[in-house]
Design a protein around this ligand. Structure first.
Ligand code: SF4
Length: 353
């Protein structure tokens, strides 16, 4: 069951237990380069991203927010460290959310100014504590980076906002260590009712980082924890969105595409199944139907699995069976198996693939 939280709105996108789990990413362009940044934001949108974060590292970048907002309809988050003026300027220029740690932006007066600017325009704030940004005081008190120091550090930022009657807060406690990350989120989930932004920070390159993120983010989502996710990968941010969406699909939170079940092949396989599975996946990747399609190598487990699916094929020796909703509908030669499967799906789903 999903952990109950408050609702926070990043423009028209609700974040919290009353809303669907959203996928976020972050541009890696220079935000001052409006054209390149908007181009990447649009690519992220095409890939299915819900909210995009941009780095605002100086006043020029904060000024660029205005132009970027004019050129895209994506909800945007300004990522700001230390300088409260960048936060104020970004808010004035129409940013939809801030990622800032209120304890790190200087004097009480400056903090109040940022909070007031956000309140006036209903802009939420995401607090993001990670292994590298735990306050020295907490590192000393709790003996380094661990669940307690991460969580207490985040809660301190939360309490600064609360003291100023600000509650439109989303919280993240990220670490590149999957165990620490998961345990920190589990702990903070018990201590607050703010929506949580999940992520394994600096997870690594595309392959390894996706696995780490799937374990970390996936474990928490299965526990019902988490309201918005970002997969952090060293690579094209589009890959982050693809991975994020696939994590949601893998655990049944998102059912917007065809689910392919394919066997690993073994010594019993007597058809050239690997390219068949890849071809089926490729042919069906844009089909927005929550159907299950099985591609199985043999008649031992194949027909059983294929019957469970909406459509499927199961290989034999130089030939195979086509299934539809649990029934064998055809026996065809190996070379026609994929085409026949696709044809069956087209006919019965009324789609053009
Ligand atoms: S379905 Fe058949 S071919 Fe595929 S792994 Fe299982 S036993 Fe092997």
């Amino acid at each position: 069951m999903r952990r109950k939280t408050r609702s926070v709105y990043c423009r028209d996108i609700g974040i919290g237990s009353e809303h669907r789990i959203t996928v976020q990413s972050m541009t890696n362009t220079d935000t001052r380069d409006v054209k390149a940044t908007v181009h990447q934001i649009n690519k992220l949108k095409e890939a299915g991203c819900d909210i995009v974060r941009i780095a605002v590292l100086d006043i020029e970048a904060a000024k660029a927010v205005k132009k970027i907002k004019e050129l895209t309809d994506m909800p945007l988050v300004a990522d700001i460290h230390y300088d409260y003026r960048l936060a104020i300027q970004s808010v004035k220029n129409g940013i939809d959310k801030l990622r800032i740690n209120p304890g790190n932006i200087g004097s009480k007066e400056k903090t109040i100014e940022v909070i007031k600017a956000c309140k006036d325009r209903n802009i939420p704030i995401r607090i993001g504590v990670n292994s590298g940004s735990v306050k020295k005081e907490f590192l000393e008190k709790y003996g380094g980076v661990n669940v307690s120091s991460l969580v207490e550090s985040a809660l301190e930022h939360v309490s600064i906002l609360e003291k100023n009657n600000f509650y439109d807060t989303v919280v993240a406690v990220k670490s590149s260590d999957v165990n620490l990350c998961v345990n920190a989120y589990r702990e903070i989930a018990k201590r607050t009712d703010y929506p949580l932004h999940l992520g394994v920070t600096e997870a690594g390159t595309i392959y390894k980082g996706t696995i780490k993120s799937a374990i970390g983010i996936g474990s928490l989502l299965i526990d019902g924890i988490g309201d918005t996710i970002r997969v952090s990968l060293t690579g094209d941010p589009i890959e982050e969105v693809k991975a994020g969406k696939e994590i949601l699909r893998s655990i049944g939170i998102l059912n917007d595409r065809v689910k392919i079940v394919s066997c690993p092949t073994c010594g019993r396989t007597q058809i050239d199944m690997v390219p068949m599975a890849m071809l089926v996946e490729e042919r069906l990747k844009r089909l927005k139907k929550p159907i299950k399609v099985a591609v199985m190598g043999c008649s031992v487990n194949g027909p059983g699995e294929a019957r469970e699916a909406d459509y499927g094929l199961a290989g034999g020796k130089g030939e195979g069976l086509i299934f539809k909703k649990g029934e064998i509908i055809k026996k065809v030669k190996e070379e026609y198996l994929v085409e026949e499967l696709i044809k069956t799906i087209k006919e019965h789903e009324g789609v053009n693939i």
